[in-house]
Structure formats: structure tokens, C-alpha cells
Write a protein that binds this ligand. Structure first.
Ligand code: F6P
Ligand code: MN
Length: 345
């Protein structure tokens, strides 16, 4: 029974396991306090002066909305109360060196999916916590496997914090009356076979052959190599898609494509793909570029993009097979091997 256990209690127990855990617990607590404020703002919407319209662009050229900037400022203020060595945010061109003696470095996407603000859909905050390396300049160039903890908060009908400190994935939901998070689900596991897939299908003509083949297999359902029917969803909010996959399974793809500027997809490695990949793996799923495990990658630059395909292990393996073995594409698309083809009467 997860009962009414609070995040505070959970973090206190975890912090007792050592000095690094103590620092990590402090950062999670700070992100959680920021999340309470951001949840309040997103909940009030226009009543709090929150407008969905873009007011500028961030350092990487993405449209920046009013709430992106406010969420960034709230998290900076909350994290500013604890000793962290460096902070990286989607909203700032460079990482900020804070307290070089700090044991951890934190990377954040303050408001993921912010194009959904004005349509009243779920948005979120993503965070990745890394140990401070000997050479502080390389703190955000560590591979995703170096993460000590990662998670995200969804601001939707419920505000929930999805967290992993490297021992599985637990979920806490905000008790608004008490302004604290309470443990609601422990040790989430993603089923091996997806029954839903998520991709922005408007980009189909720009995809490469492995992605197109995988999606064709999903669409063929029980009549194709997948041998089962799959439903489709696309929210346009990475946190919401991840929450759905953790809740009822599925697979998500944001691949590279042929549009200018999308050669490495859209999502950012350091504060999107790494922390989400960490959570997905901790829940028994896989996260891949199609060719490589996401967590094995190290960023060359702070805002580097990366193709991300993640979720149900069987399906991510199939995506990798299609990327790594071009002959498979030829065989699965050949009419002779189609379910109603010559060999499958
Ligand atoms: O952070 C980028 C993001 O908003 C993700 O939350 C989401 O998965 C993706 O972009 C949606 O991209 P598109 O609008 O290209 O479908
Ligand atoms: Mn984002």
C-alpha cells in the first residue's frame, strides 16, 4: 500500500544513504517546490496572465512562451537555495556555474510541450541530475548512464512527479490542499509489446525508410509482421506521451527526418532524451536513436538534438533491427511476404 507517504518522507529516507544522495534529494525537493508553483500558474492560465502566444525564441531558435520564461525563473530560484555545481536549462544558451563545490549538476527543460499551454493540454518539467565530474566544464558532456536521478512533472488534470533515483520508477501526485506530493505508484513497468504507437505522422514524407517501414508495420496491425492491431496517439508533449507509455504501454518516435534542421530529430539530448531515456529504462523499456542506446551517448554541445525512439522493448528492438539491417526493409515491404501475399494465404 503506497498510502499517504509523502515525497518529503521518501527523500529523507533516500538521503540517509550517503552524501551524494543527500545532494540529489535536495535537488528533487527543490524541483518539487518549483512544480507546486508552476502547477498553480498553469492551472490559473489567463487568470495569472499566462498567454500561450510566443513572445520570442530561445537560444536554439524554438518559440518561447511567457510561461517558459516564468517556469525557468521559478526553478532557478528554488534550485538557488541548495548547493549545485552547475545548472543547464533549455531556456539559456550556456550552462551556469553555481557552486563548484556542489556534488551535483542539474539540467532542466522548465516547460516541455509548451505549445500546448493555450489549448489547455498537459505540459511538464523535465530534470536530469548528474554527479559533478573532476572537470566541471564537462559536466553536461557525461553519458546518460552517469545520471544519478531523473524525472519529470506533468501539469495536467493531476500534477504528478515521475521519479527514478536508479531503483525503478515511482510516481507522486500533488495533494493540492496540503501542497505536497504523495506516493501513488511504485515500481512502474512497461509491457514488452506496444499496443499504441506515437509519432507526428504529418512528417511521413520526410522520414527515412526504417521509420516508414516500422510505422507501416504498426498500421498493418494484425495483417502485418506486428501480428497485432495498434492504436495511435500524438499529443505533442513529450512528458504526456511518456506518462501515457508508463501507464498503459506503447512506443514513441521522434526520428530524424529530411526537413531542414531535423537531421537529428527535434528533441534535446541533455535535458529531454537523457532523463526520459533513464526513466524508460528504469521501467523496463528501451530508448534508442534507432542505431544506439540513448543513455550511451554523450553530448558534444548543450542543446544538441537526437532522434528518440522509446518505450516497449520488443518494439524498440524492432525499430533498431529495421535501422541496422536494410535487407529487412526490403523483405517486409515485398508484396510476396505480405499477409495476403503468395506465402501467407
Ligand atoms: O520539447 C519539444 C516538444 O514540445 C515535445 O514535448 C514534443 O514531443 C515535440 O516537441 C512535439 O513536436 P512536433 O510539434 O514537431 O510534433
Ligand atoms: Mn521540451
Amino acid at each position: 500500500m503506497t498510502g499517504q507517504r509523502t515525497l518529503e518522507d521518501y527523500l529523507q529516507r533516500y538521503a540517509e544513504t550517503g552524501p551524494l544522495a543527500l545532494a540529489v534529494a535536495g535537488a528533487i525537493d527543490a524541483v518539487a517546490s518549483a512544480a507546486v508553483e508552476i502547477a498553480d500558474l498553469t492551472g490559473k492560465g489567463q487568470l495569472a496572465g499566462i498567454l500561450g502566444v510566443a513572445t520570442g525564441r530561445n537560444s536554439d531558435g524554438d518559440l518561447q512562451r511567457h510561461l517558459d520564461i516564468r517556469a525557468d525563473a521559478i526553478i532557478r530560484r528554488c534550485l538557488g537555495r541548495i548547493p549545485i555545481a552547475a545548472l543547464a536549462s533549455e531556456e539559456a544558451r550556456e550552462a551556469e556555474i553555481c557552486d563548484p563545490q556542489g556534488r551535483i549538476c542539474v539540467a532542466i527543460d522548465p516547460l516541455d510541450g509548451s505549445s500546448n499551454i493555450d489549448i489547455n493540454m498537459t505540459v511538464g518539467t523535465i530534470f536530469s541530475i548528474l554527479p559533478t565530474p573532476d572537470d566541471l566544464a564537462g559536466c553536461f558532456r557525461q553519458p546518460g548512464t552517469a545520471q544519478v536521478a531523473a524525472g519529470f512533472v506533468t501539469y495536467g488534470p493531476q500534477t504528478s512527479l515521475v521519479l527514478s533515483v536508479g531503483e525503478g520508477v515511482d510516481v507522486f501526485t500533488l495533494d493540492r490542499a496540503a501542497a505536497c506530493f504523495r506516493l501513488v505508484r511504485v515500481g512502474l513497468q512497461i509491457s514488452t509489446h506496444a499496443e499504441e504507437f506515437a509519432i507526428n505522422a504529418s512528417n511521413r514524407r520526410h522520414w527515412d525508410a526504417p521509420v516508414r517501414t516500422f510505422v507501416d508495420e504498426c498500421l498493418a496491425g494484425v495483417d502485418g509482421p506486428a501480428n497485432r492491431d495498434l492504436n495511435m496517439r500524438w499529443i505533442g508533449s513529450l512528458v504526456a506521451e511518456t506518462f501515457r507509455i508508463l501507464t498503459r504501454g506503447g512506443v514513441f518516435l521522434y526520428p530524424s527526418d529530411a526537413r531542414p534542421g531535423y537531421g537529428d530529430g527535434r528533441l534535446r539530448l541533455v535535458y529531454e532524451a537523457h532523463p526520459i531515456g533513464f526513466i524508460i529504462e528504469q521501467a523496463g523499456g528501451l530508448a534508442s536513436t534507432g542505431y544506439q542506446r540513448i543513455l550511451d551517448l554523450s553530448a558534444q554541445s548543450l542543446h544538441q538534438r537526437v532522434p528518440l525512439m522509446m518505450g516497449a522493448s520488443h518494439d524498440v528492438r524492432r525499430i533498431e533491427e529495421l535501422h541496422c539491417d536494410p535487407l529487412l526493409i526490403a523483405s517486409t515491404t515485398a508484396p510476396l511476404f505480405a499477409r495476403r501475399g503468395f506465402f501467407r494465404l
